[in-house]
Design a binder for this molecule. Structure first.
Ligand SMILES: *[C@@H]1O[C@H](CO)[C@@H](O)[C@H](O)[C@H]1NC(C)=O
Ligand SMILES: *[C@@H]1O[C@H](CO)[C@@H](O)[C@H](O)[C@H]1NC(C)=O
Ligand SMILES: *[C@@H]1O[C@H](CO)[C@@H](O)[C@H](O)[C@H]1NC(C)=O
Ligand SMILES: *[C@@H]1O[C@H](CO)[C@@H](O)[C@H](O)[C@H]1NC(C)=O
Length: 459
């Protein structure tokens, strides 16, 4: 170290060029950073944490376990019929028309493409209203029927939400069962689509964290619904809207989306999707897998590249099991930034790897309209740095939110929720008023992500 200092001083004294000064500054900064990290000064600078009121731990995973158990018990040769039966919490209402159920059948195949141009999604990013998109997807003739079904379904949802408990884990489920067949699909209100002639390989809930992006949403749906139908997936789209003026908390909304979507269907794969990203290739299959999947290998904003190899944001999919194992996503990231890195670090900490399509298959375009830059999170790097402390105690484990307002729309289910910061667990490092930890966090993040070090991710 002394050698470097002497070297730096020598360079500074002898040349006085801006380059040597820069070199000196860099060397000094790097050394300070190394010293701080290596001496583990973290504990010295940590501020004692106020412990807020503590809520009793809700057995949130209980519902998920129950769903899984019932799936195991009921799924026979005719798996899909059991699924429909399982949707029982509103007994006695119309069930899915008998002839339209795909009982035993072939597993739906991923689409194959003969020529590379064949798999290209036709993009149209011109402004459009949700009404136009509805009529485009349902055709004028069936839309009246669809609207009627959705109105009825809204009644069922309102009835359930009137009786819900404040306890998140015991809020029960809502089942929307009336359906209609549309070409190769069975459509149920709230934009739930299921292939008619084959057994879908994945039942995918697309969860979209949302606030104030009303021009982007119709464009997004216009592309995504035909995209998922082409892939013969069973799917539903959940728009999770943060309905308050707190800074946007994307990861928290994703947790809400995961839990709320399971109240409607027995989804086995959850795709978390930015509302402003549209995939360019039908070959980018939105099913899940052994490993959490990052669907993006490049986007137009960055010249069809990703910013750093460990990037894990925008569009990614996890199975329900993976989501449970990693305890969902952190709830503490209020404001824009690094929550996707925090999610990825959880994934690595639990021994998963990520998979990702290669090349053009994973390209996306972004819908750049009414794009207000949201408020950034000033303590994000510090939070990320101390993420390990919270892995098992922040996520689905401690989540709590007031009863969301749920609206059944023809193409999606709108979950409008007023999320608030959860009580801070006394065992977690506080990042507020912790300037040094925030600075170290920023440097640490920079070195970790851009220079390939992996301190925060190390077990
Ligand atoms: C794109 O969408 C707009 C609005 O619906 C429509 O008027 C226009 O014809 C579409 N363009 C193409 C090429 O399909
Ligand atoms: C993840 O990838 C690494 C390196 O490719 C491999 O050594 C490891 O076994 C993989 N982990 C799992 C759980 O597959
Ligand atoms: C969702 O519902 C809320 C409350 O009813 C409403 O204010 C909001 O506009 C809806 N959002 C979307 C995207 O439909
Ligand atoms: C606080 O975190 C610890 C583990 O870090 C956990 O055991 C405890 O249950 C948590 N307390 C609450 C109230 O969630």
């Amino acid at each position: 170290m002394r050698v470097y200092m002497i070297m730096g001083t020598v360079v500074y004294r002898t040349h006085h060029t801006w380059l040597s000064r820069l070199f000196l500054i860099c060397v000094t900064l790097f050394m300070i950073w190394t010293v701080l990290i290596s001496l583990q000064l973290k504990s010295v600078f940590e501020v004692p944490v106020d412990s807020g009121p503590v809520l009793p731990h809700t057995d949130i995973l209980g519902i998920l376990r129950d769903i899984r158990r019932s799936t195991k018990a009921e799924r026979g040769a005719d798996g899909s019929l059991a699924d429909d039966k399982k949707c029982l919490y509103r007994r006695g209402k119309t069930s899915i028309e008998k002839d339209s159920i795909s009982r035993v059948g072939e597993v739906c195949q991923q689409p194959t493409f003969v020529s590379p141009a064949d798999d290209k999604v036709q993009l149209n990013f011109s402004g459009v209203s949700i009404d136009v998109v509805n009529r485009e997807i349902f055709s004028k003739r069936t839309f009246a029927k669809i609207r009627h079904l959705n109105k009825e379904a809204q009644g069922a949802v309102d009835e359930t939400t009137r009786n819900v408990l404040s306890d998140v884990s015991r809020r029960g489920r809502t089942c929307l069962r009336s359906s209609i067949t549309l070409d190769d699909y069975i459509y149920t209100p709230g934009g739930h689509w299921k292939p008619r002639h084959c057994v879908p390989r994945w039942k995918v809930a697309v969860v979209v964290p949302f606030r104030d992006r009303f021009t982007q949403l119709p464009i997004f749906l216009r592309h995504l619904v035909p995209f998922l139908k082409k892939q013969l997936l069973e799917f539903g789209i959940y728009i999770i809207e943060q309905n308050n003026n707190e800074p946007f908390n994307k990861a928290f909304l994703m947790n809400v989306g995961f839990l709320e979507s399971l109240r409607f269907q027995d989804w086995d794969c959850v795709v978390h999707h930015d509302v402003d990203h549209v995939p360019l290739s039908y070959a980018n299959y939105y099913g899940c897998g052994e490993m959490p999947r990052h669907f993006m290998s490049g986007e137009d904003t960055w010249d069809y590249k990703i910013l750093y190899p460990d990037m894990f944001g925008q569009v990614f999919g996890v199975t329900r099991k993976q989501m449970e194992v990693i305890n969902g996503f952190p709830n503490v990231y209020w404001g824009w930034g690094v929550e996707d890195d925090a999610i990825y670090s959880r994934i690595l900490l639990h021994g998963y790897n990520r998979s990702r399509p290669v090349g053009e298959v994973g390209y996306y375009n972004t819908i750049r309209q009414d794009h207000k830059q949201s408020e950034s999170n000033k303590v994000r790097h510090c939070l990320l740095r101390h993420g390990r402390e919270r892995v098992n105690s922040d996520g689905l484990y401690n989540i709590w939110y007031s009863v969301p307002r749920i609206t059944v729309e023809p193409l999606y289910i709108n979950v409008s929720v007023d999320i608030r910061p959860l009580p801070w667990n006394a065992t977690w490092t506080s990042c507020e008023h912790n300037a040094l930890s925030n600075t170290i966090g920023t440097l640490d993040f920079f070195f970790n992500t851009f220079l390939g070090f992996r301190h925060i991710f190390r077990k």
